[in-house]
Design a protein around this ligand. Structure first.
Ligand code: EPZ
Length: 417
């Protein structure tokens, strides 16, 4: 089990390049199932989840090859086995994104229920309900969704709540359904829009992606395409928060600043100077951050995937912040670990009251999920002395070349096995 050793107290200072977005790359990889033609991707981040998705697709008969410099070639000329087994699905919930494409392409799919994870139950009832509305028969047996459909037909679907992968699954299924599909109360996350852009390049007819009403005219088949994955807005926000927390300065290249307005706004409120110049975002700390309260919400609100990072920032801020998590029911586990570093945090339901302290003290902590571990790394960068973050395989799922990028910014970080 790899660990990260951090000797804190150094202000980040330097430049880094933003990687491609994990949460755009994963659905876009699944889109390869929708066509018998090759799909060529670039700016694909080298992450464990991407490797897991490639492995899952290969098990179905898809040729998936990672090329140099973030290029990936995917070719589902034929699908031999429309199944996603529990062994892979349990390690990566995003595997559920093969369900819609498999139903649309082959008319059948056997996909393991993803099961819960650290941050919550995370059901997939909206995915199932939407596909059933499009004519699929889905039986849940022995932990698997056994789905079939002659040919999916367009439907008007009103989502009960905003769900990112739920929207993406239905969007992909609708591209090959007969007739028109309307997805209302759709997720507006930029990753949904990036997926739609790739699908349109493949010949899909989609309007309204990125808004809460998406209209799809089904077509008989889709072709191949080339697509560059959008920059990762959560990675960008994570490094910016780390620079603000350590009172440093950072320039991030290859970013998409327009996709993280809520985060930039909160960082300015915390006292940081931020300049945007095309795809470069620059942050200059304004000294000790001021406490800022945040309340997570679907895009364009403040991202739940940035909540742990901002709790770490609040831990050493001037003043008291209230951090409210409205998306997941159990996404405060990093609070208990931050308390080990000396943070003053009181959890009340889905809110955490964080009273900023002057200093944190290094300690051994344990990562519980991807973004919680990012919050712990930020706290470790600030804390006096040495912090050991255990179970950093969580980090490897979503942050490409984390140590290299942090060391390039002056952090004293090393991986220990
Ligand atoms: C996506 O997860 C992201 N993952 C998550 O990022 C992100 O935290 C989340 O969206 C919210 O932004 C990917 O895109 C691969 P949801 P997703 O469906 O789609 C409930 C990371 O760190 N819900 O938008 O699984 C659900 O329980 C990950 O990269 C249902 O009740 O999240 C949650 O409370 C973590 N029924 C809320 O909706 C459903 O059928 C939002 O979940 C679907 C969701």
């Amino acid at each position: 089990m790899d660990k990260l050793r951090i000797r804190g107290g150094v202000a980040l200072d330097g430049e880094a390049h933003v990687s491609g977005a994990k949460n755009a790359a994963l659905p876009i990889m699944c889109a390869s199932l929708l066509t018998a033609e090759p799909l060529r991707l670039s700016n694909v981040p080298q992450l464990m989840d991407v490797r897991t998705m490639a492995k899952l697709l290969r098990q179905m008969g898809v040729e998936a090859s990672s090329l140099a410099q973030g290029h990936m070639a995917l070719h589902a000329s034929r699908i031999s086995e429309p199944t996603a087994g529990y062994d892979l699905v349990k390690t990566m919930r995003a595997s559920v994104l093969v369900l819609g494409p498999l139903l649309a392409r082959c008319g059948r799919a056997r996909v393991s229920l993803p099961g819960g994870c650290a941050i919550g139950l995370r059901p997939v009832d909206q995915h199932v309900k939407g596909l059933q509305a499009m004519g699929a028969t889905i039986a849940i047996e022995h932990g698997y969704m056994n789905a079939s459909a002659e040919r999916l037909r367009g439907a008007r679907i009103v989502m009960d709540m905003v769900t990112v992968t739920g929207t993406e699954n239905l969007l992909m299924a609708a591209t090959l359904a007969e007739g028109t599909t309307l997805i209302e109360n759709a997720a507006r996350e930029p990753e949904v829009l990036d997926l739609a852009r790739c699908l349109v390049a493949m010949g899909a007819q989609i309007e309204g992606a990125g808004s809460d009403v998406i209209r799809v005219e089904g077509v008989r088949s889709l072709g191949g395409a080339e697509h560059r994955v959008m920059p990762d807005r959560i990675e960008t926000g994570t490094y910016l928060a780390a620079a603000a927390a350590t009172r440093g300065r950072i320039r991030l290249h290859g970013a998409a600043p327009e996709t993280l307005d809520a985060t930039l706004e909160k960082l300015r409120e915390a006292g940081a100077q931020i300049r945007v110049d095309g795809s470069t975002v620059q942050l200059e700390s304004g000294g000790r951050p001021s406490a800022v309260s945040v309340r997570t919400a679907p895009y364009p609100g403040f991202a739940t995937d940035m909540q742990a990072q901002f709790m770490a920032l609040a831990a050493i801020a001037q003043g008291t912040a209230v951090i409210s998590e409205t998306i997941f029911e159990n996404r405060f586990m990093h609070a208990l670990e931050l308390q080990r570093l000396g943070a003053d945090i009181a959890i009340q339901g889905n809110s955490a009251v964080v009273r900023g302290v002057e200093r944190l003290q290094g300690a051994s902590v344990m990562a519980t999920d991807l973004r919680a571990s990012a919050g712990l790394v930020i706290a470790g960068l600030v804390a006096d002395g040495e912090t050991i973050v255990d179970r950093i395989y969580h980090l490897d799922r979503g942050y490409e070349a984390l140590e290299r990028k942090l060391c390039g910014l002056g952090a004293r970080v090393s991986r220990v096995s």
